[in-house]
Design a protein around this ligand. Structure first.
Ligand SMILES: CC(C)(COP(=O)(O)OP(=O)(O)OC[C@H]1O[C@@H](n2cnc3c(N)ncnc32)[C@H](O)[C@@H]1OP(=O)(O)O)[C@@H](O)C(=O)NCCC(=O)NCCS
Length: 193
């Protein structure tokens, strides 16, 4: 099994962590986001790309993401510098039956910024946005090799409801995937725990 969980860095009490929605980029922000994405891809962890598509393709990709109405992009900052991101994906407008559920995708923190609880803050921010947008459920999926992410989502109360033995193909190796769901609001007639 490939493990993607490096040792945690020491956190300085002066580190400032922030997560927020981003709708347009300054040149510095776009540069930092592409650098963080590149680092996460090289580290082998979780983003859809197995190899970096290169800086120009990444820039074009992110400029496109913030224009797509079905996607909401969130970024994590360490001392002001973007070091990770996550997408909230809304259900397609023609899918009335699943209009209650949003999806979180492509969550990552660059290896050089892990261990500052940024992924925790990012996930909670996406949940808060989803809840305020009226979604009742947040779904996500991970490779079985993403051990840090699995621990994180377990700790945040996500329920694993299924697995796909042929979820991803990474450098010739077939990797299993796990599907998770979390209810953001109690069902009608239920009270919150
Ligand atoms: C998963 C990931 C986002 C965690 O980022 P992070 O900012 O370092 O995480 P946090 O500091 O918020 O840690 C939260 C929890 O995650 C788990 N975790 C984080 N780093 C870990 C590690 N090295 N080993 C095991 N668990 C770890 C723990 O449960 C941790 O809680 P704890 O500190 O109370 O034990 C990051 O490792 C990453 O980007 N991995 C590759 C991409 C990926 O897996 N994305 C998710 C699915 S697409």
């Amino acid at each position: 099994m490939i493990l993607d969980a490096p040792p945690k860095p020491e956190q300085s009490s002066e580190d400032v962590v922030l997560v927020e929605r981003i709708e347009r980029f300054t040149p510095d922000d776009l540069d930092a986001l592409c650098e963080a994405t590149d680092a996460a891809i090289l580290d082998g962890g979780g983003f859809g790309w197995v190899q970096s598509p290169g800086r120009r393709a990444l820039e074009a990709y992110y400029r496109g993401v913030v224009l797509v109405p079905e996607r909401v992009l969130f970024v994590a900052r360490l001392n002001g510098h973007i070091v990770g991101s996550a997408h909230l994906v809304r259900p397609p407008r023609n899918n009335e039956a699943q209009a209650f559920a949003a999806h979180m995708m492509h969550a990552f923190i660059a290896p050089y910024a892990r261990g500052h609880r940024l992924a925790t803050a990012l996930t909670l921010k996406v949940e808060e946005f989803a809840r305020e947008s009226g979604y009742q459920v947040l779904n996500l999926d991970v490779r079985e090799t993403q051990t840090a992410a699995i621990r994180l989502y377990d700790a945040l109360g996500y329920e694993r409801w299924g697995e796909n033995p042929e979820y991803a193909l990474v450098r010739g190796q077939v990797i299993k995937g796990y599907y998770y769901t979390k209810r953001l609001r109690p069902r009608r007639g239920q009270t919150q725990d």
